[in-house]
Design a protein around this ligand. Structure first.
Ligand code: NIG
Ligand code: FE
Length: 396
């Protein structure tokens, strides 16, 4: 089965061409064979290409009628397996209450009492919602179970919908361990890790005042590494702290939030392979100051943007909204934001088969309902997604 998408007005390939990191082609076409891209080229060669391949089987031709096509969004940070919701906490925050990581415990209670099927149904609904908004790769963290049984359950459920599962037993210290932090860290590094590692690829820790210290975080990440997991870190969300430097020191794939950075943090990121993943939905939903993407990019750091969809700090799953926020509030250009939401997310997940539209890459792409990717920021809040393909199959 193959699909030829032709008459694409503006194609973002992310195959860098000179100063154009987005590798933009005009009047282009993409040929999908099965789950991968077989050919990308000028639309006027598509007919010839189609004739040549026609003998090989069934072909669907999609006429994009001058609209834009971009790689599927890679949302490299989410917390989608949870029970309950916290709209009252959000409303209280909008009435003046500060955001507190303590709210995580509310979701832990609701998650522990939810059945597998309840969690699975909520998760499936969210995955459908993400697909409809152009997201084709999703990273999902545990972190609302915080017992061996519940963390393993969340990791298993997440693994049913994505290969990008992150073990986040170190989200906060649960209530039953507040007087025995060391005991909880032992659990996270021991039996909980052993139960989750078979389902996970990544280990994460919330390294922040009110969550885990630098020493605790290092221990937890090193235990994960010893189990074959690759580290990522929640850091510098609520204030300047040790998260970024710890992430860089351990060769983490990514350090996420990066809202409060010192010059040393920026320099460390710029000199490393660790991606700075910015989560503007969190600042939008907590009224915190936005991270300064320009400062990071100008210093030479690699920047990704992701949603961090979760019931507390941000319950938006919309990558188009994140692109619009990044452009309007974080001093990113439109091409920078599109790149960060696609190829940047792929870098943060250390994947080279996604985030790029080129021969041999996965056929994960979005046909926009607009002539240019700029519309994602230009017409913020207005749906701009026409259709979404993941592994060559239409999912939205
Ligand atoms: O990434 N920072 C820590 N964890 C989540 C928030 C989780 C919650 O409030 O439930 C985050 O923002
Ligand atoms: Fe998060």
């Amino acid at each position: 089965m193959s699909i030829l998408i032709t008459n694409i007005g503006e194609l973002t390939t992310n195959v860098a061409a000179g100063s154009d990191a987005c590798g933009t082609l005009v009047d282009a076409a993409v040929l999908i064979e099965g789950s991968h891209i077989a050919w990308v080229g000028p639309a006027d060669q598509a007919a010839e290409r189609a004739r040549r391949d026609d003998a090989s089987g069934t072909r669907t031709v999609v006429d994009a009628r001058g609209r834009a096509v971009i790689p599927g969004f890679v949302d490299s940070h989410s917390h989608l397996v949870f029970g309950g919701e916290r709209s009252a906490e959000f409303a209280a925050r909008m009435a003046g209450q500060p955001y507190s990581a303590g709210g995580i415990r509310t979701t832990v209670t609701a998650t522990r009492s939810a059945t597998d099927d309840e969690l699975r149904r909520r998760l499936a609904g969210l995955v459908t919602e993400l697909h409809a908004q152009g997201t084709t790769t999703i990273e999902i963290k545990t972190g609302y179970g915080l017992t061996v049984h519940d963390e393993a359950r969340l990791a298993r459920l997440a693994a049913e919908v994505t290969p990008e599962v992150t073990y986040l037993g170190a989200h906060v210290v649960p209530v039953e361990y507040v007087h025995d932090r060391a005991g909880y860290v032992d659990l996270v590094c021991g039996p909980m890790l052993a139960a989750c590692a078979p389902h996970a690829k990544w280990v994460d820790v919330f390294c922040e005042t009110g969550a885990f210290t630098a020493d605790e975080s290092r221990r937890i990440l090193e235990a994960g590494i010893a189990h074959g997991l690759v580290p990522r870190v929640h850091g510098n969300q609520l204030g300047a702290g040790p998260g970024v430097r710890l992430a860089v020191a351990l060769g983490a794939a990514s350090v996420d939030h990066c809202t409060f950075l010192t010059d040393e943090d920026v320099a460390a990121l710029a000199a490393s392979d660790t991606v700075a993943t910015l989560l503007p939905g969190v600042e939008f939903s907590t009224r915190h100051p936005y991270p300064d993407a320009r400062r990071l990019i100008d210093a030479g750091a690699t920047v990704a943007i992701a949603c961090d969809c979760n019931p507390g700090s941000n319950f938006s799953s919309s990558m188009p909204l994140m692109v619009a926020l990044a452009v309007r509030e974080m001093r990113m250009t439109v091409p920078e934001a599109i790149w960060a939401a696609t190829a940047g997310g792929a870098r943060a997940l250390r994947r080279d088969d996604i985030g790029v539209l080129a021969m041999g890459k996965r056929a994960d792409l979005v046909v926009l309902g607009a002539p240019s990717r700029t519309y994602l920021a230009y017409r913020a809040g207005v749906p701009q997604i026409d259709s979404v393909y993941k592994d060559g199959v239409q999912v939205g």
